[in-house]
Design a protein around this ligand. Structure first.
Ligand code: ZN
Length: 1008
């Protein structure tokens, strides 16, 4: 069933039109060449020198040129040369910040050397086109090889896996020969696929036959591609299920099986085994004298399982056999019968898993892993894509079928998490299309995200568009047409379009070649009553570049109907008929469209009470449990709860707060409406206050950017804040994290019954600040740096003289810089250091509320906290010694102490004495020693003090306990600043005027 690549209809057009179409398509000429594949037949004889870890042998390749080209060179992969210093692989690792093979010394690194290469009987000289990388070797042919002709290539080689595992590995007497012999480079429409081996995208091989003769120590147990024609692979001796005889399948290849008389005559203590395989593009091999064997069978396929001592519970007792059979049953159901005689599932040295024809090397006997790797025997093995060029066609495909397997087994679908992960990467501009070649990705994480996750999602999208039944037929058709052959996007798309009977170009183009966002919304809606029911006409509006057939549901009084729009046009009318009166219109009700903004997907056709409190239709309204905010993919959430606090002006203050959210990142608004009753306060003020914060509205979506708007009239001050912050990181999930922000803040105090004069001067401020931050890891340190630079305007309606501060300038400058560094010195022992410098003012001092504070946060940083911001608030009372971190961080000091500029150093050494990671309360308890040292520069400290304070410091010990309630993590911290340099300005004045005294402060936040 030869089928040319995407040109089946071409011959029916006159040649001129064909040329015109081709010119318009601008398709590369290679795409239009007919499919071919070369023939290879390997004969390998190899002997293992176990102490040296070296497999040495000779190899004879019969190569037939089925291409239309005359070949002048020939090329081989020497993959094991990747696992040594100087290879492209090692360099790619180094760029990623890992060093696996770059520092390996003899005898730990891997190699594969070829010698005495003869082609067409004549010696040839090797060329290493990517030197110093030597994973590809090229040879000029003694004579050109015309189409249809064959040649013989002969060589000697030796191969040694590395002791650091990456797929291949050696460990004592255990060997995973994942890549080991000189392997023919594929010659296809793109020419010789000479690619150095990189950490991603290795598999691509010519289909052919392998005759492999091994000479091994006679106690080795072997798993390999193909069947043992003669000799003992050691299974019978290792068999843990003697009631089930071992199936060798020695004659499964019938007449083409090579001779079985080469296995006798091994040296004493050794044995010979001949393996044979047909229609495979690779040959994998694994050995261990300790392997345990169990056998099984699914329909025509034998199952061999090899596991290690200690695996009896996880792998043994038929567990791994049964799981492998189950995988084969599922794969047979979705694709068709397995194309080879056996499947070996073995426990390799490395964790994770890798697929080879007829062999899966797994790090565990997890069912999902087995289904994934066995699935690769179809997608990659039998349907052999070029993994370097189109990795999504094996990794995305097998990830998809694994998810489908779990769904079919009755587990909840993992589609929502997969989709959300891709969506977040799309929204922040991290995604790259799956169609890039392997090493063109920004980094390995981006490769994984595109090839596995986005690749998987592509197949889910296809399945949703065509439906389950057609998806089954697509898989079977693709397999039927292309098994034992090389496949690509065109081959799969042709199978999909033929089965579905529709053009799928938009889906393939967008999902595989772009990272477009999708957003459909409900436009106009028209209802019309007819004799037999209702017709609702819905305008589907496309707000983003991505196009996808979107389902349109109309929920009526007692029935629901769904129609599908093509999703191509900017605006498209869809007609939906219901029997009863329509109530609501809903786009993409199953949440399959990858629509990033589902807030515009609903339209309620009648009044709902909830629309009074929630701005988007369909919002979920719930009681907010204070410590966790709900988040949903398909709608907004709005949580409400009551609030209650006290201060000396408003007395008992009652209120209600709402928190909204979409996707955990948009529409994160907070609204608070409170009423100060005046109860319990001496000069009680009754007043109604509000605070509202709007954060990241969907209409301002921009990658890595967040926007904030606050408006408030809260406890004696009103004002507004406008903020914009952008974050960036050079690599997905690693590297330094940078942030840049701009804020504009206006605060106008108007009722000093709420305000502590030692925090606020009677003046309004308008301040603009630029903030920059960077955090990251280096040499075991967790480092952070944050700066803020800005300036502001001070005003009073009665003029600055009326503030009582004749020295005030209308303008001030304000800047802070804070650096933190943390490092674990030993297990459970952490060291932390913070340096801080801050300055505020102009020619004279700044207003109180903008000065730099010795103890902690400044008054405007506490605006949002009702327990700290007003006179007599719960954490602000005279006997309550609370430390809100910030400023110079001298935790034992009076929190109202401030000045124009301070430099400070804070140190902590903390020992964890109890860790219970799963507990909610007290999941960690630590004891700490600390010291805080600050020095004021410039103006005097506090106006109320007679003498100037230059140096202020404290030291002591403390206790911390970590907790988690809902999604909120917090700490309770009690510090004892037993030494304090100026006892007269300590927070805790009751302890007298000795520098050494018992004092305490507490906090719900870490000190640094
Ligand atoms: Zn995989």
């Amino acid at each position: 069933m030869s089928r040319s690549h995407r040109a089946p209809d071409a011959p029916t057009f006159p040649p001129v039109i064909v040329l015109a179409i081709l010119a318009l398509r601008q398709a590369p000429a290679a795409e239009l060449r007919p499919y071919w594949q070369q023939d290879v037949a390997y004969e390998i004889t190899a002997k293992l020198d176990e102490p040296a870890g070296v497999l040495a042998g000779d190899e004879r390749i019969r190569y037939t040129n089925n291409s239309p080209d005359t070949l002048e060179t020939f090329a081989l992969h020497l993959h094991l040369n990747a696992f040594r210093p100087g290879s492209r692989w090692s360099d790619a690792d180094s760029v990623e910040g890992t060093r696996r093979f770059n520092d390996l010394k003899d005898p730990d690194y891997g190699f594969n050397h070829v010698r005495d290469v003869r082609i067409m009987g004549e010696p040839v000289e090797p060329i290493y086109p990517f030197a110093p990388d030597s994973t590809v070797v090229r040879f000029p042919l003694p004579r050109p090889l015309p189409p249809g002709e064959s040649m013989t290539v002969e060589m000697e080689w030796d191969a040694r896996p590395s002791t650091v595992p990456r797929r291949q590995a050696r460990q004592g007497r255990r060997f995973d020969f994942a890549q080991w012999y000189p392997k023919v480079v594929v010659y296809d429409r793109y020419g010789w696929n000479e690619r150095p081996l990189y950490p991603a995208g290795e598999f691509y091989g010519e289909f052919g036959s392998f005759t492999v003769d091994l000479d091994l120590p006679d106690d080795q147990v072997v798993g390999a591609t193909g069947v043992p024609v003669c000799g003992d692979p050691g299974w019978e001796r290792a068999n843990r299920n003697p009631s089930r005889p071992v199936e060798y399948l020695r004659d499964s290849y019938g007449a083409s099986t090579p001779s079985a008389d080469v296995c006798s005559g091994a040296d004493s203590g050794r044995k010979r085994i001949r393996w044979y395989a047909e229609k495979v593009h690779h040959f994998a091999l694994s050995l261990s004298p300790e392997y345990r064997y169990e056998g099984g069978r699914f329909e025509g396929t034998a199952v061999h399982v090899l596991y290690s001592p200690g695996d009896e519970a996880a792998w043994g007792g038929g567990v791994a056999v049964e799981r492998t059979e189950r995988a084969l049953a599922w794969l047979g159901q979705i694709f068709g019968p397995f194309g080879w005689p056996q499947l070996t599932n073995l426990h390799r040295i490395e964790g994770g898993g890798t697929e080879f024809p007829m062999v899966i090397m797994d790090g565990s006997a997890d069912q999902g892993l087995i289904v994934h790797e066995a699935g690769h025997n179809y997608t990659m093995g039998l349907l052999a894509n070029n993994e370097w060029r189109e990795g999504w066609l094996d990794e995305g495909f097998t990830s998809f079928q694994t998810t489908w397997f779990w769904e079919a087994s009755g587990r909840p679908s993992t589609y929502p998490e997969t989709e959300a992960g891709v969506l977040f990467a799309d929204l922040d501009g991290w995604s790259e299309p799956p169609s890039l070649v392997a090493e063109a990705y920004r980094d390995f994480n981006s490769y994984q995200e595109a090839i596995y996750t986005r690749g998987e999602l592509f197949f889910h999208q296809l399945r949703h568009i065509v439906g389950d039944a057609a998806m089954h037929r697509i898989l079977r058709t693709f397999y039927e047409r292309w098994k034992y052959r090389h496949v690509d996007e065109g081959a799969f798309r042709a199978a999909a379009e033929d089965v579905a009977g529709r053009d799928l170009s938009a889906l393939f183009a967008q999902w595989l070649h772009t990272t477009e966002l999708y957003d459909y919304g409900v436009g106009r809606v028209k209802r019309e009553r007819r004799a037999d029911g209702w017709v609702t006409r819905v305008e589907v509006v496309r707000h983003a570049a991505g196009r996808y057939p979107v389902d349109v549901a109309v929920v009526a009084e007692s029935d629901t109907a769904v129609a599908r729009s093509s999703g191509l046009a900017q605006r498209e009318w869809v007609e939906v008929t219901t029997r009863t009166e329509p109530r609501e219109v809903l786009l993409d009700p199953l949440v399959r469209g990858h629509d990033w903004n589902m807030l515009n997907n609903r339209r309620s056709l009648r009044f709902k009470l909830s629309s009074l409190v929630a701005p988007f239709p369909g919002s979920e309204i719930y009681f907010h449990p204070y410590f966790s905010t709900r988040s949903r993919r398909d709608r907004m959430t709005v949580g409400f709860h009551p609030t209650l606090w006290y201060n000396d002006a408003g007395g008992v203050t009652l209120g209600v707060r709402s928190r909204s959210d979409y996707l955990g990142r948009f529409e994160q608004d907070v609204t608070l409406l409170t009423f100060g009753t005046g109860w319990g306060a001496e000069d009680g003020v009754s007043s109604v206050d509000f605070f509202t914060r709007l954060r990241n509205p969907v209409f301002l979506r921009a990658p890595n950017t967040s926007q904030t708007l606050e408006l408030f009239d809260a406890e004696g001050r009103f004002g507004a804040t406008l903020g914009l912050e952008r974050r960036r990181q050079n690599h997905l999930g690693r590297g330094a994290l940078w942030s840049h922000g701009l804020t504009l803040q206006w605060v106008h105090p108007h009722d000093f019954r709420y305000l502590d004069r030692r925090y606020y001067d009677n003046a309004g401020t308008v301040e603009v600040a630029m903030t920059n931050g960077v955090s990251g890891r280096s040499g075991g340190w967790q480092l952070g740096l944050r700066t803020s630079v800005g300036g502001g305007l001070v005003y009073n309606r009665g003029g600055l003289d009326s503030t009582g501060r004749a020295d005030l300038d209308p303008f001030y400058f304000r800047g802070t810089i804070e650096g933190t560094a943390r490092k674990p010195l030993a297990r459970g022992l952490d060291f932390g250091v913070r340096v801080f410098a801050g300055a505020a003012g102009g020619e004279n001092e700044a207003v109180k509320q903008r000065q730099i504070y010795f103890q902690g946060a400044d008054p405007l940083q506490q605006l949002g906290n009702p327990f700290l911001r007003s006179r007599g608030a719960l954490l602000m009372g005279e006997d309550v010694r609370y430390h809100a971190p910030g400023g110079a961080g001298v935790r034992g000091a009076d929190p109202r102490l401030s000045t124009a500029s301070i430099v400070a150093l804070d140190l902590e050494l903390e020992r964890t004495v109890l860790a219970r990671p799963r507990a909610r309360l007290l999941n960690r308890i630590g004891i700490a020693a600390f010291g805080d040292f600050s020095h004021a520069i410039g103006g005097a400290a506090q106006a109320s003090l007679n003498d100037r304070i230059r140096f202020l410091g404290d030291a002591g010990i403390g206790i911390r306990a970590d907790h988690r309630i809902g999604d909120t993590r917090f700490v309770t911290r009690i510090d004892f600043p037993l030494w304090f340099s100026r006892p007269e300005v300590a927070h805790d004045l009751s302890s007298g005027d000795d520098e050494l005294a018992f004092r305490w402060v507490f906090s719900f936040q870490p000190a640094l």
